[in-house]
Design a protein around this ligand. Structure first.
Ligand SMILES: [Zn+2]
Length: 204
C-alpha cells in the first residue's frame, strides 16, 4: 500500500527527513542514492520566492540505475519529439503565415509570422514530445517492465510539478508549505514514519 507523508518546509527549503538505510523501492541494503528535487516559484505575501527541496533517497544499485534509465527513456524521446515536431511546425507556420502575407504592412520590429511560428512550434513541440515519450514507453516496456510502468510521464510530472525516483514521488502541497512524499513500498513507508515520528503526519 502506498503511503503519503507531509513534511513541513523550513523557510524556502526542505525540512529534515530521515530515510531508512535501505532501498526505498525494493528494500535491499543501500548501495547508492538518487536525488529527488523540486522547485517552484510561489507568492509569499508580496514577494515571489523560489522554494526548492532536495532529498538524497537511498537506493540499491539496481534501483538507482533503473531510476536513471527510466528518466532517460522518457527524457530523450521527449526532447527529440519536441525539437522535431516543434521545429517542423515552427518552419511551416512561419513560412505559411509569411506566404499568406501576415507580415505585409507591419511597421514594428516584431514579425507576426515569427511569433505565430514560435507559438505553434512550442505548443506542437510539447504535444510531439509527449507522443514520442508515450511511443518510446510502449516500445521499451518489454525491456524495462514494471519500473517504467510505475514512473509518471515527464509531461505529467511537468504539469503536476512533481519528481519521481523509483519508490518515491515528491510534490508540493498547494500552498508550498509542505512537501509530500509518497512511498510505493508500504514496509518502507512504515519505517519512514517510525524514523520521523512526530515530524510527519500521514495524509491520505
Ligand atoms: Zn532497490
Amino acid at each position: 500500500m502506498a503511503q503519503t507523508f507531509s513534511i513541513p518546509l523550513q523557510g524556502d527549503t526542505q525540512g529534515p527527513a530521515h530515510f531508512p538505510s535501505r532501498c526505498v523501492c525494493c528494500g535491499a541494503p543501500q548501495q547508492a542514492e538518487s536525488t529527488l528535487s523540486l522547485n517552484r516559484l510561489v507568492l509569499r505575501g508580496q514577494r515571489q520566492v523560489q522554494v526548492a527541496v532536495k532529498y538524497q533517497i537511498p537506493h540499491c544499485e539496481r534501483c538507482a540505475r533503473s531510476t536513471k534509465a527510466v528518466f532517460l527513456a522518457g527524457c530523450i524521446p521527449f526532447v527529440v519529439g519536441l525539437l522535431l515536431v516543434g521545429g517542423v511546425l515552427f518552419v511551416a507556420a512561419f513560412l505559411g503565415a509569411s506566404a499568406l502575407g501576415l507580415d505585409e504592412g507591419v511597421q514594428t520590429t516584431t514579425v507576426p509570422s515569427l511569433v505565430l511560428g514560435a507559438a505553434g512550434g512550442l505548443f506542437g513541440g510539447f504535444i510531439g514530445g509527449l507522443l514520442f515519450e508515450v511511443v518510446a514507453r510502449v516500445l521499451l516496456l518489454p525491456f524495462f517492465g514494471q519500473a517504467l510502468l510505475r514512473a509518471p510521464l515527464l509531461a505529467a510530472q511537468f504539469f503536476s510539478n512533481s519528481d519521481y525516483v523509483a519508490g518515491v514521488t515528491a510534490t508540493f502541497t498547494r500552498d508550498a508549505r509542505h512537501v509530500q512524499l509518497t512511498f510505493a513500498n508500504g514496509a518502507i513507508a512504515n519505517e519512514f514514519a517510525a524514523l520521523n515520528g512526530g515530524l510527519v503526519a500521514p495524509t491520505g
